[in-house]
Design a protein around this ligand. Structure first.
Ligand SMILES: Nc1ncnc2c1ncn2[C@@H]1O[C@H](COP(=O)(O)OP(=O)(O)OP(=O)(O)O)[C@@H](O)[C@H]1O
Ligand SMILES: [Mg+2]
Length: 381
């Protein structure tokens, strides 16, 4: 997938910004606070229907305006043209998404159609943060590549909410309500099992790709590992998962009733990242965290490329500033070959490592929400 043109209207500090994109590397240079990340955020609206970090629609809308529009012209790998448009209207509190002028019914339907991988400082929570950060990452990758998984995930969250409500109501009313909870157990196990099955399959595939990507980024003999630890012990296979899930619910029934929320199921699963058999959360150095993060992001790229049958767009926000020259060079040489990349940096020297011939780089200066393209490719060196 290639983004040919991006238009931001009253989006953050961009009044009207038009980016005619290179199909290779696009570099956005500028000082702090000029509006570089905002451009990547605009791209994420086109691919995910929302910001790649926590901000909501009202926050990204220009503070002095009543809405925003993000438009993108895409060309798929099979040469099909798509114009995607996200329009937010604050007064009606409504976000409308259209692809080739046809309205997209649910925002989630967009996911996976324009696959995207983002590497930004916020993402460091994947290796540093809590289990929920890693679950969110895994769910996000699988959801971009599997509509079924995404639907099960949405359904699971709904079921969990209902079941938690019954459990907490029992506490407040001091009444046991077995008839209310039983049907929710059945459905929790059924939908939860589908998620666990897919997560087992995903980690098996993903782990192999991570090992390769890690070697590419680090260039040294460290052994990364990702393991999946479901909230209850289970063997692979639908029936085995269902049986152990039911058993785990029985075992923790009293505890759940005492606490008032659900303690077993995919919402409590963990993904453990290790380097040379040591948990990254407790043992990895800063540099190893960074390397691990880049490796899983590259792995995400390769995984999505294969599963979506479409080359994802790669966004790198402020990644280079934190890396030593040798690693920056390795990273840029690797990613310049991958497809279309959008990179932000405050440091012009970052560009020196981009191979010009293969990546057809284009350079833009960002200043107070406006951009200027530097036309001369020779200047880039
Ligand atoms: N909703 C908004 N409306 C108007 N301006 C906004 C809005 N949100 C953020 N800004 C402005 O956008 C600028 C920040 O943009 P952005 O995060 O893209 O900067 P950046 O170039 O990536 O900077 P850095 O190098 O520090 O990461 C700030 O000047 C901020 O005041
Ligand atoms: Mg930024």
């Amino acid at each position: 997938m290639k983004l040919q043109r991006l238009v931001l209207e009253t989006f953050r500090n961009h009044e009207q910004t038009i980016v005619d994109c290179s199909s290779g590397v696009n570099l956005f240079l500028g000082d702090n606070g000029e509006g570089k990340t905002n451009i990547l955020e605009g791209i994420s609206y086109l691919c995910l229907s929302k910001s790649f970090y926590a901000a909501n629609d009202t926050i990204v809308m220009n503070v002095q305006k009543n809405g925003f529009v993000v438009t993108g012209d895409f060309l798929s790998d099979a040469n099909i043209f798509y114009e995607t448009r996200v329009v937010f209207d604050k007064l009606q509190n409504q976000k409308t998404i259209t692809v080739n002028k046809a309205k997209v019914d649910k925002a989630s339907s967009l996911l996976g159609q324009f696959p995207m991988v983002i590497l930004s400082p916020e993402q460091s929570s994947i290796t540093f943060g809590s289990p929920s950060d890693r679950r969110r990452f895994v769910d996000f990758v699988i959801s971009q590549s599997s509509r079924t998984y995404l639907e099960y995930l949405i359904e699971y969250k709904r079921i969990l909410k209902q079941r938690n409500k019954i459990l907490s109501d029992m506490i407040f009313s001091h009444k046991e309500n077995n008839t209310a909870i039983e049907p929710w157990n059945e459905i929790l196990v059924r939908v939860g099992t589908a998620l666990v099955e897919k997560r087992i399959e995903f980690i098996e595939d993903f782990q192999t790709i991570v090992i390769d990507s890690y070697a590419t980024v680090a260039g040294i003999a460290e052994r990364p590992e990702i393991s999946y630890v479901p909230s209850f012990k289970c063997a692979a296979g639908k029936e085995a998962i269902e049986t152990t899930f039911h058993q785990a619910l029985k075992d923790r029934d009293q505890e759940e009733r005492r606490i008032g929320h659900s303690l077993v199921g995919p919402h409590r699963d963990e993904f453990i990242f290790k380097i040379n058999k040591l948990d990254t959360r407790n043992f990895a150095s800063q540099g190893q965290h960074k390397t691990f993060l880049i490796a899983i992001k590259l792995a995400e790229f390769f995984y999505l490329k294969e599963r979506c049958n479409e080359i994802p767009i790669l966004l790198l926000d402020d990644v280079l500033s934190e890396m030593d020259g040798r690693r920056s060079q390795r990273l840029l040489e690797t990613i310049a070959e991958l497809g279309q990349v959008f990179i932000t940096s405050t440091d012009e020297r970052a560009l020196n490592w981009i191979p010009i011939v293969s990546s057809n780089p284009r350079k833009f200066f960002v200043r107070q929400g406006t951009i200027n393209r530097v036309e001369d490719a020779a200047y880039i060196r």
